[in-house]
Design a binder for this molecule. Structure first.
Ligand SMILES: Cc1cc2nc3c(=O)[nH]c(=O)nc-3n(C[C@H](O)[C@H](O)[C@H](O)COP(=O)(O)OP(=O)(O)OC[C@H]3O[C@@H](n4cnc5c(N)ncnc54)[C@H](O)[C@@H]3O)c2cc1C
Length: 352
């Protein structure tokens, strides 16, 4: 006898967890299969959700919708568990010479004007920095832990690595061990490149390293000069490297030195009030792989040739902002067969 369920979700990082909560709240039965594997992003990610990002200070498309979904998701989880997982981070964005030169033009972009204002903080080089509003930090590690606990309370989580060979695809369902499910949804982060149904998708993985630092209690804040220093109120972080041609998944000395040098340079260049960091102040160094894609858009949908197999992956370095809204849209597709752009894009990518 099999346990009949609606979904098997493979991967319990932020993507798998948020999707699981969305589907649970819509009265479905599911099983989350997850094992913490090397290089996973969610156990180490900073969780910054930023309206303006990149060297060219680009405004995030559909920012209001994504932020509304993030706020709603955090509220639902906070009400279920009593934990606060989302805090606002006042952000100072320091500009390099090119960005400063482009500022008059940037100021004319209406969307940007909403979120960026001239800096009037003391002790900083005012001409070269902006205050960016609507910046938040989702505590991704606590979020995943809380959702794992919710799933554990109904025996809906198994801690093991799913082996693709164990999946048996039938006409209308898919079987794994004692479970018979309508669909399996892969949320495997960087390991999506190994998935036999989806390994043709154009992933563009990047390794990131960051440092957790000693600090006395300070107010939440984010100082961003391309790299960033984040104070959450109880923790202090310096991050993050972006490494495309990495040789291994672990933290290394090169990554640490790059971050410390970047901070030293930022202190010199921007005359900021950023505190300096000695190596002895480093509590721990972390590394993970961002499941990024070539065109920076996620892979979401059902396999065109295997209707029992789906994917929810490719959220790159912006999972906090993208995943909650994407989970709502994907749940609508899964439960009401609503087609959307994500499905059309997935089908096109897999047909190439
Ligand atoms: C250094 C760094 C800094 C970052 N900072 C930010 C930030 O400030 N803001 C932001 O929004 N995002 C940030 N990110 C990106 C963010 O981490 C990702 O967008 C998000 O966490 C991706 O979640 P995921 O669930 O898709 O993947 P992952 O977190 O990698 O989760 C995948 C999970 O699936 C499991 N798994 C895989 N295969 C199997 C299998 N066969 N069986 C069982 N389990 C399996 C893995 O072990 C893992 O638990 C950062 C990432 C890095 C590396």
């Amino acid at each position: 006898m099999y346990h009949n369920i609606d979904f098997i979700i493979v991967g319990g990082g932020l993507a798998g967890c948020v999707l699981a909560l969305e589907l649970l709240n819509r009265d479905t039965n599911l099983l989350l299969v997850d094992r913490p594997l090397a290089g996973a992003a969610s156990p180490i990610a900073a969780g910054i959700a930023n309206p303006i990002s990149g060297k060219r200070l680009v405004l995030e498309p559909d920012f209001d919708d994504k932020q509304a979904a993030l706020n709603k998701f955090a509220l639902v989880l906070e009400q279920l568990t009593g934990y606060k997982i989302l805090v606002e981070l006042p952000q100072t964005r320091f500009l390099n010479t090119l960005q400063s030169q482009a500022l008059p033009k940037l100021r004319t972009i209406p969307g940007l004007q909403r979120f960026a204002s001239e800096n009037s903080l003391p002790d900083t080089n005012r001409e070269n920095s902006l205050i960016i509003s609507n910046t938040f930090r989702l505590d991704i590690q606590t979020t995943c832990r809380l959702i794992h606990n919710i799933l554990d309370s109904t025996n809906s989580r198994i801690t093991t690595q799913l082996d693709y060979d164990e999946l048996v695809i039938g006409c209308e369902n898919i079987r794994w061990r004692d479970f018979q499910s309508k669909k399996v949804i892969f949320c495997e982060g960087w390991r999506g490149i190994l998935n036999p149904w989806f390994n043709a998708l154009p992933f563009n993985l990047s390794k990131g390293q960051l440092l957790k630092l000693h600090q006395p209690y300070t107010q939440p804040s984010l100082s961003n000069w391309g790299q960033w220093e984040m104070q959450t109120g109880t923790e202090r972080w310096l991050g993050a490297t972006t490494e495309r041609n990495y040789q291994h998944l672990n933290p290394d000395i090169e990554g640490r030195d790059l971050l410390l040098e970047s901070l030293t340079l930022a202190r010199k260049r921007h005359v900021t009030n950023l505190p300096s960091i000695q190596k002895a102040q480093i509590i721990k160094q972390y590394a993970g792989i961002r499941p990024a894609t070539v065109d920076r858009k996620p892979f979401i949908g059902i396999h065109p040739s295997y209707p029992q197999v789906g994917i929810f992956n490719g959220f790159g370095g912006k999972g906090s902002l993208h995943i909650p809204r994407a989970a709502i849209t994907f749940a609508d597709q899964l439960l009401f067969a609503r087609n959307n752009h994500d499905q059309a894009r997935l089908e096109q990518l897999l047909s190439n």
